[in-house]
Design a binder for this molecule. Structure first.
Ligand code: ACO
Length: 423
């Protein structure tokens, strides 16, 4: 085994080096503080591996993404979201029998406890569906046993995978004042979700094949992305032994921010703003480059991808396909393509290797499907759920220690208390 040597105050310390199955190198500094009293400082964790994981591999330099060894392009083209969920959570693609059993377990857990419907009455109509989602997911822990035994844990995994789409669709129905549509066991995952979103009691509902196919693919593209902000949150919260529902609820909250999953909604707001401002792309590129201007090109840049995000390419193709097949045109897609073209030729973006990420085009596809803008991040959460669960399960199986980073204290040194009348 190779080692790395650190010299601190003329004293050398040796640390073992870990090499992953794709050749990634990590210096195991587990004994650093014990030996030297020093810690590493890495705000934002850009250089810190928080775990070993066998779930997702990303090579950001070469635009590679694989789930459990399978390339994202191949999964997006050939697999279904339910198959990919099984792959992520249980480690291998299911056989026909395993898939049938998994599907039938999912459909038999898709209804919500009737009392949970009352919670929706308490939210104001303006509530963001992501806040509703995280609240409702956390509330599942009040209904289901949090025993740590394998059977109970496994059942809660299935419950969560089955119920999230019902919770999500009910949030939308509540926000537009329509009656809840209950799940149906004879429909597949996407068909059932879309029906719960858009069916009304007064008329039949039909889902077009192109929308069905595109949404299934979009969910696959969102299904996992190794140790991103929401997944690290899931591992962090889960490491304390909190139950799966509270843990995933924290992941939903982390995802809601505009620098993470909330970017898909922010991209559409940005594109609309540019359109309403006369469509002057160049002005917005200049604003994004101006360090004194808080404006950022939403949907651009990524901590890990320093090449094209492979998911963005697949989503851009899907946007063209869905719009063409539905016979729609969307001026926001034209604005997005112009912005992308200008940005990719601009030195600022080229030097920093800033490319469109998956959020840049996903909103355009969701819009074409008739999905409301404030539900975009909820769709991201629906797609990401199997990844969060897989990562949580792996952390649990690894008997991970509680996550507890250290800090470098830079505040006041000891000072005496000053009585109130002397301040
Ligand atoms: N527009 C303009 N400049 C940018 C952008 C952007 N979207 N993204 C990064 N930069 C610049 C930064 O200002 C910085 O410039 P500097 O070196 O001159 O200071 C440089 O590029 C590096 O950026 P960081 O912010 O250090 O990169 P980091 O890895 O911390 O952040 C992030 C990544 C949050 C994705 C960032 O690129 C961003 O804010 N993008 C817009 C929001 C977005 O699309 N988020 C979705 C990410 S994908 C996902 O979570 C699903």
């Amino acid at each position: 085994m190779s080692t790395a040597t650190l010299t601190l105050n003329d004293q050398a310390y040796e640390f073992p080096v870990t090499v992953g199955s794709e050749g990634e190198v990590g210096i195991d500094i587990g004994k650093l503080r014990g030996q030297s009293r020093a810690i590493t400082l890495d705000p934002g964790y850009g250089n810190t591996g928080s775990c070993e994981s066998a779930i997702t591999y990303i090579d950001g330099e070469n635009g590679i993404l694989r789930y459990r060894g399978y390339d994202i392009d191949e999964l997006a083209e050939k697999a279904s979201f339910v198959e990919v969920s099984y792959l992520l959570v249980y480690g291998d693609l299911p056989t026909r029998t395993e898939l049938d059993k998994f599907r039938s377990r999912l459909v038999s857990h898709s209804m919500l406890h009737e009392d949970m419907k009352k919670f929706y009455e308490g939210f104001p109509p303006s509530a963001h569906p992501m806040s509703v989602l995280s609240t409702m997911v956390a509330s599942l822990s009040t209904y289901y046993s949090n025993e740590d035994e394998e059977d109970a844990v496994e059942k809660n995994i299935i419950r969560l995978l089955a119920k999230l789409k019902t919770i999500a669709a009910f949030s939308y129905k509540k926000s537009i004042g329509q009656p809840f549509v209950y799940p149906r066991n004879d429909l597949d995952f996407v068909g059932d979700f879309m029906r719960m979103m858009f069916a009304v009691p007064t008329e039949p509902y039909e889902l077009s094949d192109v929308v069905h196919e595109a949404l299934d693919m979009l969910l696959i593209l969102h299904a996992d992305h190794e140790q991103n902000c929401s997944t690290s949150t899931v591992r962090m919260v889960g490491s304390s032994g909190a139950d799966i529902f509270s843990t995933v609820s924290a992941g939903v909250s982390a995802l809601s921010g505009p620098l993470h999953g909330g970017a898909n909604q922010a991209v559409i707001q940005m594109l609309k703003g540019i359109r309403d401002d006369g469509g002057d792309y160049a002005k917005y590129i200049e604003k994004a480059k101006d360090k004194s201007d808080p404006f950022r090109l939403m949907g651009f840049g990524h901590r890990v991808y320093k090449n094209f995000d492979p998911r963005a390419r697949l989503i851009k193709e899907a946007a063209d396909r869905v719009l063409a097949r539905l016979g729609h045109s969307d001026p926001l897609l034209d604005i997005a393509k112009h912005l992308e073209r200008i940005a990719l030729e601009d030195d600022y973006f080229v030097e920093r290797r800033l490319y469109p990420n998956l959020d840049f085009y996903s909103g355009i596809v969701y819009r074409a499907m008739g999905l409301p803008t404030n539900m975009f991040t909820v769709l991201f959460a629906l797609g990401r759920l199997p990844g969060w669960i897989a990562q949580w399960k792996e952390m649990r199986d690894q008997k991970s220690r509680i996550h507890r980073p250290r800090q470098i204290y830079v505040g006041h040194t000891a000072r005496p208390y000053v009585p109130l009348h002397e301040r």
